[in-house]
Write a protein that binds this ligand. Sequence first.
Ligand SMILES: CC(C)(COP(=O)(O)OP(=O)(O)OC[C@H]1O[C@@H](n2cnc3c(N)ncnc32)[C@H](O)[C@@H]1OP(=O)(O)O)[C@@H](O)C(=O)NCCC(=O)NCCS
Length: 186
Amino acid sequence: MRKKVRFNTKRLTIRTLIPVHVAISYVRGLNDPEINRYLVNVRLRKQSLKSVKEFVRMNLVSPTDLLLGLFTKYENVLIGTIRVSNISRFHLLCSIGICIFDKSRWGNGYGGEALIGTVKYIFEKIHLHYIEAGVYADNKASLRLFRKAGFRVDAHLKNKYRHADSFREVVLFGIENPDWKRKRLR
Ligand SMILES: CC(C)(COP(=O)(O)OP(=O)(O)OC[C@H]1O[C@@H](n2cnc3c(N)ncnc32)[C@H](O)[C@@H]1OP(=O)(O)O)[C@@H](O)C(=O)NCCC(=O)NCCS
């Protein structure tokens, strides 16, 4: 799989994240309880420059995952990430997750722009057929974001994931490639 990804949306350059991109603002964002509230794996331990760089390296060598940085076009500031994971070359699907760790940017449409742009990239350049995303049912911003990006609700999974001391509902979103060509299966 091509690991060097780079494309533009209106206000963002989206490209493969490398360890040198990892700044303290990124690490602080991941440790912020308001930001990591619904990010199960991030919350498991306190993040450091070392652990985040290690995560970036792991994604760089993984044959099934891509970690993309969301950089503002004009200031070239890293404001968040999108992770494309569990890429299956047989089922032609993947999962997607997003985090804008610079919370001063929330509500300005960056999440939608990044998600819509990445979905387009996955369908047009990686030629996958289906993308899925699991969202905690109480993560209102994320529910709106995935609906806005054209995902449909494929399932409501009651009490699937633990969140602190309770189990919560997860909404499973999916989107299919509208320009899928059957001949690719041959
Ligand atoms: C979810 C997240 C990526 C959204 O990013 P964003 O840049 O604010 O997204 P947008 O500005 O494109 O907004 C997306 C939608 O969420 C809504 N929204 C934004 N913040 C919200 C909030 N705090 N509460 C409710 N809705 C909110 C917006 O109004 C918009 O909906 P609309 O277009 O119907 O009005 C961002 O909040 C984030 O990184 N959160 C922490 C990590 C996380 O939970 N990731 C998702 C895991 S599944």
